[in-house]
Write a protein that binds this ligand. Structure first.
Ligand code: NAP
Ligand code: GDD
Length: 322
């Protein structure tokens, strides 16, 4: 039985990845930070809460990360833990830098010292492209991060490359474009929109306040994207891969799809609120995942309409029960 350690197991991707690995017969360990409120709700929703070995730890605490690596004796480590909300990274730039940046070194060092055969996946991001330097971004596009989050993630990306090149670790980095699901955190725009559309439809909310709805994102389904993570660690050679759908859509159009699904016109409810604009915006992201498709045999299977429909259906049911 293979052993895996997932940091960030209580997050959206952590839940989908844990389910995928359990289905493949892995023993799954999760590094979980101490919280005062319940953080395992996604694992419960997936029906896998009892199937995971939980290890206490925090990415900011090198000792706890080291202990988790030693205890789990992992064949594969997936580093998904992060302060992942871009907007919050301007409010907490230092925490974001420590967790999303230095935290990666804590994990890589623990692997290098105690478990050098372990294969490592780093959750890198299209936010590293930021102010885009090419119309469609791939593994060769220069980076230009636009937020403390993007900057911290760029450190995490390069330290992963550096440990691969310095010590020969099997360390790969997935440069994933936005991916969503019914388990997406409510602060991210797709979930904020589907939750609001469900509430407005059911008379529990009157309007939806948003920021820059002309921003464009390349949105895919989280369930598809965790397969790419796993595939990267099954290759003989570690490498970096862009994972994206190759289609970019405005937040405005995403709103139209969501509201239309419940028979509403978003223009009647969406209000633009300067409070949700960012100090520096990533206006457009559009990925080219040709390498992942060619080498990994991966491809996106869920289009945006289907994804939004899935999220709307889940939110309509959840809001009705409240
Ligand atoms: P998410 O839902 O925000 O999950 C983040 C996870 O990190 C949670 O389990 C959280 O624990 C954990 N965490 C936060 N701070 C921690 C700390 N100091 N120590 C230990 N754990 C900590 O994020 P996601 O959407 O699943 O994304 C997974 C990873 O992929 C992240 O690294 C993100 O930056 C990256 N990424 C995401 C996307 C995307 O579109 N989703 C795209 C590219 C890259 P709590 O639940 O206890 O807070
Ligand atoms: N969250 C949010 N809330 N975003 C809004 C709003 C709003 O009210 N109004 C407009 N937007 C715009 C943002 O300005 C941004 O351009 C876009 O919607 C998407 O915002 P988010 O859903 O918060 O995601 P993100 O693109 O900033 O970051 C996500 O994707 C990255 C990959 O590109 C996160 O999952 C990151 O962790 C991930 O790395």
């Amino acid at each position: 039985m293979k052993s895996a350690l997932i940091t960030g197991i209580t997050g959206q991707d952590g839940a989908y990845l844990a389910k995928l690995l359990l289905d493949k017969g892995y023993k799954v360990h999760g590094l979980v930070a101490r919280r005062s409120s319940d953080s395992r709700w996604r694992l419960r929703e997936m029906g896998i809460e009892q199937d995971i070995v939980y290890l206490d730890g925090d990415m900011a605490d090198a000792c706890s990360v080291q202990r988790a690596v030693i205890k789990s004796a992992p064949d594969e480590v997936y580093n998904l833990a992060a302060q992942s909300f871009v907007a919050a990274s301007w409010d907490q730039p230092v925490t974001t830098g420590i967790v999303d940046g230095l935290g990666v070194t804590h994990l890589l060092e623990a692997i290098r010292q105690f478990s050098a055969q372990t294969r490592f996946y780093q959750a890198s991001t299209s936010e590293m492209f930021g102010l885009i330097q090419a119309e469609q971004q791939d593994e060769h596009t220069p980076f230009y991060p636009r937020s403390p989050y993007g900057v911290a993630k760029l450190y995490g990306h390069w330290i992963t490359v550096n440990y691969r090149e310095s010590y020969g670790l099997h360390a790969s980095s997935g440069i994933l474009f936005n991916h969503e699901s019914p388990l997406r955190g409510i602060e991210f725009v797709t979930r904020k929109v589907t939750d609001a559309a469900a509430r407005i439809k059911q008379g529990k909310q009157q309007e939806l306040r948003l920021g820059n709805i002309d921003a464009k994102r390349d949105w895919g389904f989280a369930g598809d994207y965790v397969e790419a993570m796993w595939l990267m660690l099954q290759q003989d050679t570690p490498d970096d891969y862009v994972v994206a759908t190759g289609i970019t859509t405005t937040v405005r159009e995403m709103c139209r799809i969501a509201f239309e699904h419940v028979g509403l016109d978003y223009r009647d409810f969406v209000k633009i609120d300067p409070a949700f604009f960012r100090p520096a915006e990533v206006e457009v992201l559009l990925g080219n995942s040709a390498k992942a498709q060619r080498v990994l045999g991966w491809k996106p299977r869920t289009d945006l309409d289907t994804l939004i429909r899935m999220m709307m259906d889940a939110d309509m049911k959840r809001v009705a029960k409240e």
